[in-house]
Ligand binder design. Structure first.
Ligand SMILES: *Cc1c(COP(=O)(O)O)cnc(C)c1O
Length: 362
């Protein structure tokens, strides 16, 4: 199979080192070897999550834990903040779990602002809230710290936050933010193969879960807590992914957290500069730009250059790179360039060069 370099916003390119780590021999998931592996990665995970709580490992994609959070924590009604394909979908998922749910929809490309959330929560109707920190479909980074500050006013509302495409891109200190669930997946900023979700849960959320009926089994927070306290997972996990995670944590702490955040900030800024130089405008409202990917307007809204995206994608592919042609209702009218994971100044320069050549005459 020819190797095309992925510059789509997930899955992203996986390093040889990570793949290599996954080839280590299996161990029994109830063995001391497994417990040692689980215990070994906890300190780094806790630092990365900014928490004293156990970090749970779910063999599923992120949606498993997104759905699980609804099943564990919603008793009354959930407010689903909606600003793009992933956050919009969470309303549908809440309803499919048989829960009372209301959508708080803003226009795609705009952030969800705390005042709007405050207004809805003040009705007293809700006991849970979902927020997608970085809306991967639109390239919008929502103001998490300002939104989390509402928690003080609404202590009984469970704040559930998806950081699938912002985790390890920007600092997200779980304990300090005071939120209740922070979840992410393996195949975006962590640059691992898809198949693992990571999450942490506040003591208040565990308390809530303990009184919620029909939590199911596979994503039951109390199962994760009970097994996690013994350095194990409820069911047999993808042990290969945990080897990959151990290797990736090494990479992250070798680079240093701040250096990693700075690298993502710098590379996303370079992509925005590249887009402006080429006459494009961003799909995202100014001031809320993602640092993991850039969503470029290509006719979804007024402004900026518009090109034949299928030709652009085809030309870029001939040069060995895959870029994304928009997601959800803005498919074909936006395109997205990812700088998540292991990307460097050099690898991004190569991407811009390939794009420059591909754009000639378009
Ligand atoms: C990719 C993504 C998801 C879905 O992840 P899966 O691994 O497909 O379950 C959810 N939320 C955001 C913000 C994403 O970028």
């Amino acid at each position: 199979m020819t190797h095309n370099k992925l510059h789509i916003p997930g899955p992203v390119e996986v390093s040889q080192k990570t793949f290599q780590a996954m080839t280590q021999p299996m161990v029994g998931h109830r063995s001391q070897d497994f417990q040692d592996l689980y215990a070994r990665i906890q300190p780094s995970l806790k630092t990365l999550f900014g928490t004293q709580q156990n970090v749970f490992l779910s063999t599923s994609s992120a949606w498993g834990v997104m759905e699980g959070s609804i099943r564990n924590l919603v008793q009354k009604k959930v407010l689903n903040c909606m600003c793009g394909a992933f956050s919009d979908k969470w309303l549908d998922v809440s309803q499919r779990c048989g829960k009372q749910a209301e959508g708080l929809q803003v226009e795609w490309g705009s952030p969800v602002l705390p005042d709007l959330i405050d207004q809805r929560l003040s009705t007293g109707m809700f006991d849970a809230l979902t927020l997608v920190h970085n809306e991967t479909s639109t390239g919008v980074l929502n103001p998490l710290a300002d939104i989390a500050a509402l928690k003080i006013k609404y202590p009984d509302v469970m704040f559930i936050v998806d950081t699938v495409s912002s985790f390890s891109v920007v600092d997200i200190p779980f304990d300090r933010l005071g939120i209740d669930v922070l979840l992410t997946g393996s195949q975006k900023a962590l640059a691992m193969p898809p198949g693992l979700a990571l999450f942490t849960v506040s003591p208040a959320a565990l308390e809530r879960a303990s009184t919620t009926a029909d939590r199911g089994y596979y994503f039951d927070f109390l199962e994760f807590q009970a097994n996690g306290s013994k350095n194990m997972t409820p069911s047999t996990p993808s042990i290969s992914h945990l080897y990959a995670l151990e290797s990736k944590l090494e990479d992250i702490f070798d680079e240093g957290l701040q250096a990693r955040f700075d690298r993502h900030a710098r590379l996303s800024q370079r992509t925005r500069d590249w887009a402006a130089n080429q006459g494009f405008e961003l799909f995202c409202e100014a001031g809320y730009e993602s640092r993991a990917l850039t969503c470029i307007n290509n006719g979804a809204k007024e402004g900026g250059r518009v090109v034949d995206l299928s030709v652009l994608q085809k030309r870029v592919r001939e040069a060995g790179i895959i870029i994304d042609g928009g997601y959800g209702k803005i498919k074909g009218k936006t395109f997205r360039l990812s700088n998540m994971g292991d990307e460097t100044d050099q690898s991004m320069s190569h991407l811009y060069q390939v794009l420059d050549t591909a754009l000639e005459g378009l």
